[in-house]
Design a binder for this molecule. Structure first.
Ligand SMILES: *Cc1c(COP(=O)(O)O)cnc(C)c1O
Length: 437
């Protein structure tokens, strides 16, 4: 299925898959496999479509780094004027290194450490999305030490049940670890507003990921708007931002991603009524369809009545199929014409290491390239060194040019942090030196 329905930016020219104007065969032979290839123009197109959709209200688009934090990807988004949303000190550092102004960075996440919060305050970022009263009190204390006021938004758990395709990507339902439970939000907001070193400037939510329905956004936005109204009534009048998170779905197979016009019609009137500036934190929507993973066929084999295609890439480069049961279209870079029903599996020593099970695929042979579609989001960022595999290269294509934006890891990277001659410490000595603190 879907062999001819390729992502924007990826087309066949005389049978050979191209990204924009560059043959994937050229990239695979020059850079090697496995390799991630991204279409700059697709990223720009997605960003602009979202920006246009929100144009009737004051808004900010903060691309969520965790979907794909490669510097080359960030460069494309920075040029478009995007802000970013980070969820760790590491991502904060990446955003700053990529040249984003602190005032274009927001920081979220359920488990920020004291050191990470301090870093965010020292950098002077736009806002911190806080997820509990305890976190807000810690931010207040840290800001107090610095004699500043910390810009804080409260992440509300809107308690909306979702239709996301996997439990692991639902985040805004009752009882999830994320955000402040909706019944506590007024109390927590009043606490925040009363603190000396906190500026409560926003309300935030993030429903989940790969969402195809608009209703949850409409309901969630309405819930945030009514919290805003209630806070106004109680004299908390410092709010400036209404952040409705990310989560917009993309097409991997036959899904119908939300229609942007209808999406806008469902939420923007509510946002406009509040007079607040809208923030969105899209990740997958911007980059999901903009990337492909290219691998090479190592072997064909039959076992237990099954036909296996063994390729040089698997769960270490693309975890989504084994972790979430995610579907990605796979096709031959240069099809031979026939098709077979096969399992496409990687080289990792795990039965869970597969890219597709029981899938109709071009009849690929040893040495052929395969292309795993729509892997721009939650692909490379989840790559691991399991089995001491090297993380793959990443390539950006822009028109008829391509560039390596992340080099393939080298063997020396694998052992770089290992201590050849460990320095042993005696437990008894550590204990007398202050109990390990
Ligand atoms: C992951 C995440 C996003 C982005 O989600 P997508 O589904 O990729 O759009 C946005 N906001 C927060 C807080 C997140 O954790």
């Amino acid at each position: 299925m879907g062999q001819s329905v390729l992502s924007t930016g990826f087309t066949r020219i005389e049978g050979v898959l191209h990204c924009e104007g560059v043959s994937l065969e050229l990239i695979a032979s020059e850079v090697g496999t496995p390799v991630y290839v991204y279409s700059a123009e697709t990223i720009r197109d997605r960003y602009r479509r979202l920006d246009r959709m929100l144009s009737s209200v004051p808004h900010r688009i903060h691309y969520t780094l965790k979907a794909n934090s490669s510097r080359g990807v960030l460069a494309v988004l920075k040029e478009l004027g995007a802000g970013v949303d980070v969820v760790s000190g590491g991502e904060l550092r990446r955003a700053l290194v990529a040249g984003f102004a602190p005032s274009d960075i927001i920081f979220g996440g359920v488990g920020k450490t004291e050191a990470e919060l301090a870093e965010a305050l020292d950098a002077g970022i736009l806002l911190i999305n806080a997820e509990s009263e305890a976190e807000i009190r810690l931010i207040d204390a840290l800001a107090g030490q610095r004699e500043i006021r910390a810009p804080v938004s409260i992440r509300v758990n809107p308690e909306i049940t979702l239709d996301a395709p996997h439990d692991y990507i639902k985040t805004g339902g009752k009882g999830h670890k994320f955000g402040v439970p909706i019944d506590d939000v007024i109390h927590v907001a009043e606490v925040a507003a009363s603190l000396d070193h906190v500026d409560l400037i926003g309300l935030d939510m993030h429903l989940g990921s790969q969402l195809s329905r608009i209703d949850p956004y409409r309901e969630g936005t309405e819930r945030l708007a009514s919290i805003f109204a209630e806070l106004n009534k109680r004299g908390v009048a410092s709010l400036r931002y209404l952040d409705i998170g990310g989560g917009l779905g993309v097409r991997y197979d036959t899904e119908e991603p939300p229609d942007l016009q209808r999406f806008a019609a469902a939420i923007l009137p509510t946002v406009a009524e509040t007079g607040l500036q809208l923030i969105m934190e899209p990740g997958r929507f911007i980059v999901g369809n903009a990337g492909a993973l290219v691998g090479k066929v190592l072997y064909r084999k039959r076992s237990g009545g099954k036909d296996y295609v063994i390729v040089d890439t698997g769960m270490t480069e693309l975890l989504r199929p084994s972790h979430y049961g995610a579907f990605h279209r796979i096709s031959a870079l240069r099809p031979r014409g026939d098709a077979r029903r096969v399992d496409v599996v990687g080289p990792v020593c795990e039965s869970g290491d597969f890219l597709a099970l029981d899938r109709e695929l071009d009849d690929v042979q040893h040495g052929d390239y395969i292309v795993v579609a729509d892997t721009g989001a939650y692909g490379y960022v989840m790559a691991s060194n399991y089995n001491s595999r090297l993380r793959p290269a990443e390539v950006m294509v822009d028109g008829d040019r391509f560039a390596v934006i992340t080099a393939r890891e080298a063997i020396s990277d694998l052992t770089r942090l290992e201590v050849a001659s460990p320095e042993w410490h005696l437990a008894t000595a550590a204990a007398t030196n202050g109990g390990g603190r």
